[in-house]
Write a protein that binds this ligand. Structure first.
Ligand SMILES: CC(C)(COP(=O)(O)OP(=O)(O)OC[C@H]1O[C@@H](n2cnc3c(N)ncnc32)[C@H](O)[C@@H]1OP(=O)(O)O)[C@@H](O)C(=O)NCCC(=O)NCCS
Length: 137
């Protein structure tokens, strides 16, 4: 099977949600919130997709300034194609779109905590997050 990769090819909400479900990442993404999914697709500014013909089989969806930071929000590969190098290629193509000073940053899903160090990521002890609705102290 030959997989092709595209940068910033438009995908529909239905294609994206279907892939999230097929990859299992749908368990951890707001797949029932159409407005949120639409905003995720419309406002990401670096999306690499993997295709088996016209069938979406992988995605790396990022928000980035292309020069310093790139938040890789969603990396998902169709369950039937996992561990065949698609995820690594999606990350490689994301890196290739960035300038030399840029870093990829992400939060791992529990199922993927072994994956990122396997492909070369370093765990960062100083990462923090807060919800948009959470009052600051
Ligand atoms: C995690 C995920 C994106 C990895 O993509 P993939 O195409 O399956 O992985 P790759 O083929 O690029 O794997 C590269 C290497 O990592 C290994 N690997 C894959 N998934 C792994 C995992 N969950 N834990 C540890 N190692 C893993 C592969 O065996 C491969 O090893 P090799 O170089 O010895 O062959 C994919 O499995 C997936 O979609 N998982 C479910 C959704 C998810 O958790 N996404 C991450 C959100 S943060």
């Amino acid at each position: 099977m030959s997989i092709t990769y595209e940068r910033d090819r438009k995908i529909t909400r239905e294609q994206f949600v279907d892939l999230l479900v097929r990859s299992t990442l749908g368990e951890r993404r707001p797949i029932d919130d159409d407005a949120c999914i639409d905003a995720m697709l419309a406002n990401a500014n670096l999306t690499i997709t993997a295709w088996d013909g016209d069938h979406l089989v992988g995605v790396a969806r990022s928000v980035t300034d292309f020069a310093y930071c790139c938040y890789l929000s969603d990396l998902a590969v169709d369950s039937g194609l996992q561990r065949a190098g698609v995820g690594r290629e999606l990350i490689r193509l994301t890196q290739a779109a960035l300038g030399p000073k840029a870093k990829l940053i992400l939060l791992s899903a529990p199922k993927a905590v072994g994956y990122y160090p396997r492909v070369g990521f370093t765990r960062h002890e100083n990462a923090y997050m807060i919800n948009a609705t959470e009052p600051l102290r």
